[in-house]
Each structure stands twice: as C-alpha cells, then as structure tokens.
Design a protein around this ligand. Structure first.
Ligand SMILES: Nc1ncnc2c1ncn2[C@@H]1O[C@H](COP(=O)(O)OP(=O)(O)OP(=O)(O)O)[C@@H](O)[C@H]1O
Length: 334
C-alpha cells in the first residue's frame, strides 16, 4: 500500500506552438489506503490524469510519486499499479482463471502462488464457480468482476479504475458500487476511480477531485463538496437537480451570485414570489420549476406537499443557513 502524490502535474498533447495543454497543474496528496474519485464532465481530463498515473501517457510537467518513488520515467509494469478498464479488456479465448492468472504468469510468479492468489480473489468476488468459463459465457457484471479479480491478484500498491461501471445497467451499477466499497474496506488499497457520474462519485469517494477543463476545481470529501462547493461549476455539477444560481433576486448582492439548492427552499407564506411553470412528480418528491422575474428556479418538495398548478404564484423562502455566495466574475466561492 502507498500514498499517491500528484505535484503540479501538466499534460500537453503535441509539441511546440501546436501543443495542446489539457491538464494545467494538478496537485493532490492522496493518503495511504484512501479511495479517491476523479469526477467531471466529458473532456475535462480525468482519463488523461489516470493514464498518466498508470504510465500509459507521458507526463509533460510536474511529478507523480507512488509512495516515496517518483514514477515519471517508470514503465507501467514497474509502477506497482493495477488498472480496471471500462471495457474490461479480458482475453476472449482464455478462461476466467487464465484471465486472472495471466499477469502473474508473465511476472513469473510460481504456479502454486498463482493458484492461491486467483482462488482467494475468486472467493472474494464470488467467481469460484465460473473459473472455467470464457468471458463470452459471462454476464456484464461477472465480466466486470473478473476484471477486478485480475487487478486484485496483482496485489498492487494502487488500484486505478477508468469508468468501470459505465457498461452496466442501473441496477447492476448500484450493486457493483456496493461490491467495490466492500472490496476497498477489506483490502484497503489506495484507489483512484474515474467517473463522469456525480452519484457514483458521491457514494464511492472518501475524497473527490472535481475537474473542469483540465483544472482541479475542488478536492474534498463528498460532504465538503456538497455543503461548501468551491465554485459555481462545482455547485452546479454536484447535486441533482443542480443548485439554483441566482443573479438578480430580492436579497441578492451586487457582483455576487446567490446559490441555493432546490432541497433548501421552503414553500410557504413568505419569501420570493415564484411563478410556477411545470411540476414533475419523481416518486418520493416533486420538482417545481418556476421563475422569479427572469430567473429560473427549481424547488424540491416532498411528494405529500400540495402541488401547485402551472401559472400559479407561490412563495418560496430560502433557508438562511443554506445560502452560498459566489463572485459573479470568477465564479469562486466568497
Ligand atoms: N491522444 C490525444 N491527442 C490529443 N488530444 C487528446 C488526446 N487524448 C485526449 N485528448 C484531449 O484531452 C482532453 C482530455 O481528455 P480526457 O479523455 O482525459 O477527458 P475525460 O475527462 O476523460 O473525458 P471522457 O469522460 O469523455 O472520457 C480532451 O480535450 C481531449 O480531446
């Protein structure tokens, strides 16, 4: 097990004047045994960052260290990491056992030791009865577990996950999320997990790195990111539906954006006048979409609460201890 340090990490594709910088100096000190999620929209650089840790992309600037070792110039195989890919990358002609054993055979681990490690991983992942099958004879979730098994048997210092759940349906994704959490509790291996899904990030992360356009916008626990988002970007990326960001409402301040989450607004007899546009029922709750003047606002209420009609005018009060303020120019929290 090991710490993982990202020190002013930069990535440029191409050289000279045509070079395209896509990671602009990321700093993060990840503790031994921590589960870190890198989250952000498509193209923000999360896979590139992960692939630099893995050694699959050259590091253009800065330093990456695993434990005390700077790994910038080490081959992937020398870095003591194991990676789980989105498409699982299993060998189709090999059995489950051989898929899991392959990396160890290449590393010339003794046969008995290989068997013991594969059997142990298969037990943890409940794959024991499937060891003779080929990948095509497995469900998506089982293939995913084989891919994780292959990573576990390597006993790496660091696990790297590149959107490993995105090919699974919603139910299996939720279940596999729980399995990964359990695995991490049991093995305690430092992990870096990339996803564009904020729910996945919130539920899995001990701390999360929120990326935007090649910059780290925030590095914190899910609670910190939800309760004290560092910018309007983070505020609107984490939370569903996103935080309301209001520029011109009664009680607002010049040069500032007022943020309030839909779940922190109370419908009642005082507060802002909101003209209702539509109301959605989502099962346990209702979303009221409306306007304060020209500003759009979303209010989340419990399903049992009275549902206003379209065009009705209701009063909505923000909870004073749940207000967020951001600089209107920079979008940063003030
Ligand atoms: N080989 C490459 N050559 C040039 N540019 C690249 C290359 N690979 C990625 N990029 C660019 O780097 C940026 C970051 O890409 P990256 O794949 O890391 O994003 P991402 O956040 O993982 O996105 P996604 O969720 O869509 O996979 C993008 O603008 C992308 O176009």
């Amino acid at each position: 097990m090991a710490t993982l340090s990202l020190r002013n990490v930069v990535k440029r594709y191409g050289h000279g004047p045509k070079a395209n910088q896509v990671i602009h100096g990321v700093n993060a000190e990840i503790k031994d045994g921590e589960f870190i999620v890198i989250v952000g929209p498509s193209g923000c650089g999360k896979s590139t960052l992960l692939r630099m840790v893995a050694g699959l992309e050259e590091i253009s600037g800065g330093e990456i260290a695993i434990g005390p070792r700077v790994v910038n110039n080490l081959e992937p195989a020398e870095r003591d990491i194991a990676m789980v890919f989105q498409n699982y990358a299993l060998y189709p002609h090999m059995s489950v056992f051989d898929n899991m054993a392959y990396g160890l055979k290449i590393a010339k681990v003794p046969v008995e030791e290989i068997k013991a490690r594969v059997d142990k991983a298969a037990k943890i992942l409940e794959l024991g009865h499937l060891l003779e099958r080929k990948p095509r004879e497995l469900s998506g979730g089982q293939r995913q577990r084989v891919a994780m098994g292959r990573a576990i048997v390597r006993q790496p210092q660091v696990f790297l996950f590149d959107e490993p759940l995105s090919n699974l349906d919603a139910k299996l994704r939720a279940q596999t999320r729980l399995e990964i959490q359990k695995l991490h509790r049991d093995l305690g291996i430092t992990s870096l997990f990339v996803t564009h899904d904020q729910v996945e990030a919130m539920t899995l992360a001990q701390r999360m790195i929120v990326m935007n356009g090649g910059n780290m916008e925030q590095f914190g626990t899910p609670e910190e990111v939800y309760h004290t988002p560092a910018s309007t970007f983070v505020a609107s990326f984490i939370g569903s539906p996103p935080m309301n960001l209001l520029r011109a409402v009664p009680g607002g301040k010049a040069g500032a954006i007022l943020g309030i989450r839909p779940e922190h607004l109370d419908v009642g007899s005082d507060g802002w006048e909101v003209r209702v546009e539509t109301v959605e029922l989502l099962g346990a709750e209702r979303l009221i979409y409306g306007r304060i003047g020209a500003e759009q606002i979303i209010v989340r209420v419990e399903e049992g609460a009275p549902a206003p009609q379209a065009d009705a005018v209701i009063r909505v009060a923000p909870r004073p201890d749940r207000l967020h303020w951001f600089d209107a120019q920079s979008g940063k929290r003030i």
